[in-house]
Design a protein. Structure first.
Lengths: 564, 1046
């Protein structure tokens, strides 16, 4: 009687036995997918955001935005003051390794399930888990030069010390191994669109190799690029993917999971619940109605200038010598009439231009014009028809296209440049530019109405003087070709969270960003004097708390990046 | 033989006095006329006692009639106090027990007795929550553990951790068991001390009916020191200018030398009278069209949200007793409006205590029950970042309360920040409710098996239900607002039962060996669960519609259900008291507890204790020391436990919710599938946390009971401290299990002093004071270098708990001063590119020549050097005056308000410090490198619109929180009894009372008394002294009346 009285089994929770079942394992795996979004981390919703907007702030594309005192910790990241106790850096680490832990838990729990699950599904579960595990580690490897790799043999949910693994080795080989293993098992198509196909695994495998394709000094790692090439070609030739006709279809709710998508992070929102919406990027919406919050993730003058064209082509070296003005005339239309790449107005909200069908952007989109200027981000914002499901109107189901065919084209172009196949590279870049020049995809001209939210669309007239052409002259100089490919990458993927990591992997972050700080501080006074230190700021410090919590036998198992 | 007699005092017969055959349980009480009859051996001894009177011991020696006159006892040494499962005379206490004078306690009107207890007992540190209906944080002898530090409460024998809603007027006695030798009879839950309350029982004599009431008005006597509209314009101009920007603002106009122009309108931004954009016909506030034209103002937000608010109480009680029945009944009503508008608290409580005797008074059956209903109205986030108090110093002064149509005005114009309109937030939440209904009490029976032996059983119940209604009204004028309304309903219930059975025995051998023994068993079970549901998009916002979920849009429904508490405790215990003629005293206690919160291997634990006392004043050699009435030296040792680790600490479990397990794997845009993530990591190896304490005490009564003195010196060592683990991040995420780690040592002393005297016939006075101090230090956590950070909000955690320092020490950069010139800034260790004239000079604590994260260090402690209370009573004829004050010395406070108010954090208002105390250059037009100080004694850094570094966690945000507060001044007039008798009134008094008359402090916030935030969070003790903008304590002036009819 005493023992019975004194024993209490958990109520209102699932026990380990409950989940060691076929349905349980699928559920744990679903929990791993949840961590793709990053929002499942307790105590915060957005520092671990997969779209990496906070970690794009130190790049030359993005500004923190909002006002000076809002989220000082983001300002530190923007200004190359990477403190090891910065909560953004800490929570990125927490979130990614939580993702890793859930994948290992899925694999370990699967091993305990004896019935109710076919061998085929077993293999698929492991392949999906390894795909996700590779992806989380990949994200970590972008952030930190020497993160740790944890697999299911290290991990034991019941032993909190089991995953204390030293960060004493390069983890790229393990990331590649996970993607390779996943690619060999996953099917070519999935009935559930959120699950990775073998093509997705191959694409990330290729991405991993491309990310190792350049040495710290910027020279090419030819061996890695050569490994990447056949995979990229395989995806292009056999994957069955095609570019969507309109560039903007990559950034709209209505055109999710399209023919260009290789892998998307899925979001959903209902009137009742926005917990799996794109809330991690919710703060990065214009500071005006109908969003109201919060004006983060603004756009640099430098990026806007990069979209200037001459003869339809970007000004690779001189783009930043004059500014694309943000002024508007009496009718509230943009005064700038120079030629521009049409992708600009799908990437940036700028005064005088219709913003995703809501209204014409003006300086009232910015929270403090004097602090971060008039340009606001736009790609992640849902179009008007998919606006406001849940309680917070910034939330939407606008998927994040983390892997799309355009990337494959431009990575292959990068590879071809380094392998000396400049003309092939030009061909590939031109495919991207050809799509961008589809006039049907241009932002239309809109005229400000009497009330702030009123506007009239002028039929068949683009919002600005769009001039875009393909590279019609043969590429003969590798340096120019390299610059063109990288410039194209910037234009195509700007404000999607990649730029800072691209600059780093190309080995050109210091020169590019120090020059950027010089020019951008003309308009953004707070950037004056900020310095990107070569050999240090390419990677973030390992969070102090991660090291503090890694003690085993009295010694931390994690060691700090020596640059810090 | 049978003895009869009369017991009386100076004024006449004394009904209800106790008459006891010494060293037996054979006793009786005097009747209405003070008469008694008792059977006893002719060689026995009778003890006559009555609370508040000195006991008298008379050997029978064959007499058949014994009449006694009792003398009033100012020292109350013979008062019998409940100290556990039994009771003891106050003078025989050998553990550290504070007995609180209930009259003193009740003299301060308050929501809870815990608030009234503040400053009354040495070693009991209480921090009040100044909100209406606010509870109080009670800490007995400081913070002993990183985990739970809450004391256990025993109310009429029923244990609880939530004593809040007891009607203070029902309290008969209150004892605080401070050390383990006294508390260990309560074993596993007594680590942080025990507060024992008994409620009023009927007293022998004629029935009496009492009515007590007071009515008071509360006002705020302080306000935040913030800028007005024009000064804020100046601040913003200078902040831009010193940042190297060209000053511009969406509202203010700036002249070349910083002349400020204030616009007529803030929406449209910066517009002036006559501007066609301000044409009222353009006004719109609807979805898709927001154009809420708003005039500029110069609003004192604190003034807008505060008011003079009433507080009142009514209490009716009736009680009485006969020889075989006692009864007491009360009905209380308490109501307090907050000085913050639209916030209110009220409580109705009902109590019935009865007791009956039968079978020659051998059988006793009784009950004590109270039912209370509390009602909290309005917002409950007064101390939070977006709360109205915070809004009163953050909201922009250019904003008015209402726009041109009378609708609430928002900050949608340019550069006005993103605070809620504080007045609107309060008004919109005025229909929010939290109802708490509680039934608490016990029924008991006792039977006298033999002359010396009694068996007793008690069954106690504590049942609560809570209903919360949170209404979300649309706030379209708010810059981040929308047009969606919502309603949330929460409901919790909890029940706990305690069944105690015990056997007590006492006997005296050879007249001098007094032995008292007790054995008992107890079982406790508690269970609590809750539900939560909400809907949005109600057709109308009227409270009769939006209060009911059914009327909201069903497709927006959300709900949840969860367990809050689930545990059992099974205990056996024994206590043995021995004294030799009242001169040498000893007490031994042993308790064994089994808790369902631990697994079999570590489920049971034994908590031993003993204490010894030596009444020096009874020794022969003291016979000639006339000035000493009583002198007792005490020593106690004991162990107590803590099991506050959640209910299922041993088990690893999974949860299933959308946040952590949902994903639209099939590509649905609206509905995710739901999976699993670990919900809790299990630790099957957890065992009891043990507190071992030593206590040495001296009690003295001197100068014919005029002077009392008590001193306790103690230490308290916690081992196997239960601390939520800090799993490595690679282990994933789940609620961490509690693990036994390291320890913590506290030591301290408590002093209580009292003096009372009489001058002439009509003037008496008494002075009572207490002072207590503790020092605490974490001995070890799980690893030598483990650091546990407190809660983080917008800046990294500012508290740290680590071995070698007190729990929740403040941690950050140390500010040494302000750079007066570029040369100084260049010469100092560099902090990135931060150093510049007017910026903080941070300390390079590790001496490596640069300022980095490694230079963060301990910059203060929330623990006071000492706390104290002082009570003065003066009585002259029918008048009495009471003055009471208490204080805390040497504690620091983290003033989070400064993060918002002193730096360029968001676009709201700023403190006066940010402008008037800021360093400024004498030559602002010169290059920065040539700047010289205009005000070298500045205490705040230069205004700089781009500075995000100065506001990092540093000693600038830490302030001395010492204070002394005169809490109560009360003048009472007692109506003369001869007049009252003519109208059948036993006694009556009226009083006028002023509360919180003055507070002496250097603290810059509204209130230096900082409550613990987020009660319910297991890590709440790791973030102490965190001022997120606390309510001020109101000044209250009341009139009161007490009247008793017989």
């Amino acid at each position: 009687c005493t023992d019975e009285f004194s024993s209490k089994e958990p109520q209102a929770a699932f026990g380990e036995g409950d989940v060691a079942t076929a349905a349980g394992v699928e559920g744990i795996l679903l929990g791993s997918y949840n961590m793709l979004q990053g929002g499942g981390l307790t105590g915060q919703t957005w520092r671990n955001e997969i779209q990496n907007w906070v970690f794009n702030l130190p790049s030359d594309d993005a500004l923190k935005g909002t006002d000076a005192g809002d989220q000082p910790e983001q300002s530190f990241i923007e200004q190359y003051d990477f403190q090891n106790f910065n909560l953004h850096i800490r929570d990125k680490w927490r979130g990614l390794y939580l993702g890793v832990a859930t994948t290992n838990d899925a694999i370990n729990t699967l091993a305990k399930v004896e019935e109710g699950i076919s061998d085929e599904r077993r293999a698929q579960i492991i392949a999906e888990a390894r795909f996700l595990r590779g992806l989380f580690h990949f994200e970590a490897r972008k952030m930190w030069e020497r993160p740790v790799y944890i697999d299911e043999t290290n991990f034991d949910l019941g032993d909190l010390g089991s995953s204390l693994v030293p960060n004493d080795r390069e983890i790229w080989p393990f990331i590649e191994a996970d993607f390779e293993a996943a690619a060999s098992v996953l099917p070519d198509t999935q009935s559930e669109v959120g699950r990775p196909t073998s093509w997705a695994a191959k694409a990330f495998l290729a991405k991993a190799k491309v990310y190792q394709g350049f040495n710290e000094d910027g020279s090419a790692n030819i061996a890695k690029l050569q490994e990447a090439k056949p995979i990229l070609e395989d995806i292009l030739n056999n994957g069955g993917f095609s570019l969507v006709p309109n560039f903007e279809d990559n950034f709209k709710v209505g055109t999710r999971n399209n023919s260009e998508s290789i892998f998307e992070v899925q979001y959903a929102i209902s009137q009742a619940n926005g917990d799996v919406s794109n809330r991690g990027i919710g703060l990065a919406h214009p500071y005006t109605d109908p969003w109201g919050c919060c004006g983060f993730y603004q756009v640099s003058q430098n990026l806007v200038n990069a979209y200037k064209t001459e003869g339809g082509l970007p000004l690779l070296d001189t783009f930043n010598e004059s500014n694309v003005s943000s002024e508007v005339d009496d009718t509230m239309a943009s005064v700038y009439d120079g030629p521009l790449d049409p992708r600009l107005d799908h990437t940036v909200g700028r005064p005088g231009i219709l913003y995703k069908g809501f209204k014409i952007a003006q300086v009232d989109f910015a929270r403090d014009l004097n602090y971060a200027g008039p340009f606001v981000s736009r790609k992640h914002v849902a179009e008007q028809e998919f606006f406001a499901g849940g309680g917070w109107q910034n939330l939407s189901a606008n998927n994040y296209r983390i892997m799309r065919l355009g990337m494959i084209y431009l990575w292959l172009a990068e590879v071809e440049v380094e392998l000396g196949n400049l003309e092939r590279a030009r061909e590939l870049v031109n495919v991207i530019r050809a799509r961008a020049s589809n006039p049907a995809g241009f932002v239309p001209k809109a005229i400000q109405g009497e009330e702030r939210n009123d506007f009239t669309i002028v039929p068949d007239e683009p919002a600005a003087n769009y001039e875009i052409a393909q590279y019609n002259e043969a590429w003969t100089d590798p340096a120019t070709a390299r610059k063109a490919v990288r410039f194209e990458t910037r234009l195509e993927f700007a404000m999607e969270g990649h730029r800072f990591f691209d600059l780093t992997r190309w080995g050109i972050a210091a020169e590019t960003l120090n020059a950027y700080v010089q020019s951008e501080s003309q308009s953004r006074a707070y950037l004056a004097g900020k310095t990107f230190v070569e050999g240090k700021h390419e990677y973030f410090p390992i969070p102090l708390e991660a090291i503090d919590r890694s003690v085993k036998d009295g010694v931390p198992t994690l060691t700090q990046d020596p640059a810090y | 033989q049978t003895i009869t007699g009369t017991v009386s005092d100076a004024t006449g017969p004394l009904p209800g006095a106790n008459v006891l055959v010494k060293n037996t349980t054979n006793g009786t009480q005097t009747d209405f006329d003070g008469n008694y009859t008792i059977s006893a051996d002719s060689d026995a001894t009778l003890v006559f006692s009555y609370i508040g009177y000195k006991s008298v011991t008379i050997p029978i020696n064959g007499q058949t009639t014994i009449d006694v006159t009792l003398e009033e006892d100012a020292s109350k040494l013979d008062e019998v106090v409940v100290t556990g499962y039994g009771s003891q005379a106050k003078k025989d206490l050998t553990g550290a027990v504070a007995v609180v004078d209930t009259d003193e306690l009740l003299s301060v009107p308050a929501t809870t007795f815990a608030q009234q207890l503040q400053g009354r007992a040495a070693g009991v540190n209480i921090v009040n929550d100044s909100r209406a209906g606010g509870a109080a944080t009670v800490r007995i002898r400081g913070f002993g553990s990183v985990g739970n530090n809450d004391p256990l409460y025993i109310i009429d024998g029923v244990p609880t951790t939530e004593p809040g809603n007891i009607n203070p007027n029902d309290i008969e006695s209150l004892q605080v068991l401070k050390d383990a030798s006294a508390a260990s009879i309560y074993g596993s839950r007594a680590a942080n001390g025990v507060i024992i309350l008994t409620t009023k029982q009927g007293k022998m004599g004629k029935p009496s009916i009492s009515y007590n009431t007071f009515y008071g008005l509360q006002t705020s006597t302080t306000s935040p020191d913030v800028l007005n509209a024009e000064d804020l314009g100046t601040y913003l101009f200078l902040a831009d200018r010193y940042a190297g920007r060209t000053p511009t603002h969406g509202q203010y106009g700036y002249g070349p030398n910083g002349e400020i122009t204030i616009p007529d309108f803030v929406f449209p931004s910066g517009a002036f009278e006559g501007d066609p954009a301000t044409n009222p016909d353009l006004y719109a506030l609807e979805p898709g069209n927001i154009y809420a034209i708003t005039r500029a103002a110069d609003t004192d937000w604190y003034d807008e949200i505060t008011r003079t608010a009433p507080i009142q109480q009514h209490n009716i009680s009736a009680s009485g007793a006969t020889e075989s029945a006692r009864y007491a009944f009360s009905l209380g009503y308490f109501e307090q409006e907050d000085i913050v508008k639209f916030v209110e608290y009220n409580r109705v409580s009902l109590r019935a205590n009865t007791e009956f005797k039968a079978i020659n008074n051998k059988l006793t059956i009784g009950e004590n029950f109270t039912v209370s209903l509390e009602n909290r109205k309005g917002v409950n986030n007064l101390d939070e970042e977006q709360g109205p108090i915070a809004g009163s110093y953050k909201h922009h002064p250019l904003l008015p309360v209402r726009d041109i149509t009378g609708f609430f005005a928002g900050s949608r114009g340019a550069n006005l920040g993103n605070n809620f309109n504080p007045f609107a937030a309060l008004s919109r939440n005025q229909d929010d409710r939290q109802y708490d209904l509680r039934l608490l009490g016990n029924v008991y029976a006792a039977y006298q098996l033999a002359e010396n032996l009694e068996i007793r059983t008690s069954f106690g119940v504590d049942a609560t239900t809570q209903r919360v209604r949170n209404i979300g009204r649309p706030q379209p004028e708010y810059v981040e607002g929308n047009f969606i309304n919502s309603s949330e309903a929460r409901s919790n219930y909890a029940y706990a039962w305690t069944w105690t059975n015990g056997l007590s025995w006492n006997k005296t051998f050879n007249d001098v060996h007094n032995v008292k023994a007790y054995v008992g068993v107890e079982s406790i079970q508690r269970y609590a669960e809750g539900y939560n549901a909400s809907r949005q998009r109600f057709a109308f916002d009227t409270s009769n519609i939006i209060s009911y979920l059914n009327l909201g849009d069903a497709t927006t429904a959300q709900n949840s259900g969860f367990i809050l508490d689930d545990f059992t405790l099974w205990s056996q215990f024994t206590q043995l008291n021995y004294d030799y003629d009242g001169k040498y005293l000893a007490q031994f206690t042993l308790r064994n507890d089994s808790s369902s919160r631990f697994r079999e291997a570590s489920r049971s634990a034994i908590f031993p204790a003993f204490s010894l006392g030596w009444r020096v004043s009874d020794e022969n050699f003291m016979d000639n020391v006339d000035w000493l009435d009583n002198l007792m030296v005490r020593y106690g040792w004991g162990q107590t436990g803590n099991q506050d680790i959640g209910n299922y600490n041993a088990f690893t479990t999974y949860r299933s919710d959308i946040v952590t397990g949902g994903y639209p794997i099939d590509g649905s845009t609206s509905s995710p599938q739901i999976g699993f993530q670990p919900g809790q990591f299990g630790n099957p190896n957890a065992k009891w946390e043990t507190t071992t304490s030593n206590n040495i005490g001296i009690d003295a009564v001197m100068l014919n009971n005029k002077f009392t003195f008590g001193l306790d010196i103690w230490d308290r060592k916690v081992t196997d401290m239960l601390l939520p683990a800090q799993p490595t991040f690679t282990a994933g995420q789940a609620s961490p299990p509690s693990v036994n780690v390291g320890g913590n040592t506290s030591r301290g002393f408590d002093i209580a002093l009292g003096y009372n005297s009489k001058i002439g016939e009509d003037f008496t006075f008494s002075i009572n004071g207490n002072l207590s101090a503790y020092r605490t230090e974490v001995d070890a956590l799980s690893t030598p270098d483990e650091r546990i950070f407190g809660r983080t909000e917008r800046i990294p955690a500012i508290t740290i708990t680590q071995a070698g320092d007190p729990i929740s020490s403040y941690f950050g950069y140390e500010v040494l001063g302000i750079f007066q010139s570029q040369a100084e800034a260049d010469a100092a260790p560099q902090f990135g590119d931060y150093n510049a004239p007017g910026k903080f000079r941070f300390a390079d604590t590790n001496g490596d020549g640069v300022i980095t994260a490694d230079d963060r260090t301990i910059i203060g402690s929330p623990h006071p050097d000492f706390t104290y209370g002082l009570n003065l009573d003066f009585n002259y004829k029918n008048l009495s005056l009471n003055i009471f004050g208490n204080g805390s010395q040497g504690n620091d406070v983290f003033n989070y308000v400064r993060f918002f108010a002193d730096f360029n954090t968001f676009q709201g208002n700023r403190s006066s410090r940010a402008l008037n105390d800021a360093w400024q250059p004498a030559n602002p037009t010169a290059p920065v490198a040539e700047w010289t100080a205009a005000n070298p004694n500045a205490t705040s850094p230069i205004m700089d619109a781009d500075d995000a570094t100065s506001s990092q966690p540093s000693s600038y945000l830490i302030e001395d929180g010492s204070f002394f507060r005169i809490r109560n001044v009360q003048l009472t007039y007692n109506f003369p009894t001869d007049i009252l008798e003519q109208v059948s009134i036993a006694n009556a008094q009226v009083y006028i009372q002023a509360q919180n008359v003055a507070t002496f402090t250097k603290y810059s916030g509204l209130n230096p008394e900082i409550s613990l935030r987020r009660t319910g969070d297991s890590n709440r003790n790791l973030t102490l002294g965190y001022d997120g903008g606390f309510n001020p304590v109101p000044f209250t002036l009341s009139l009161g009346l007490n009247i008793t009819l017989q």
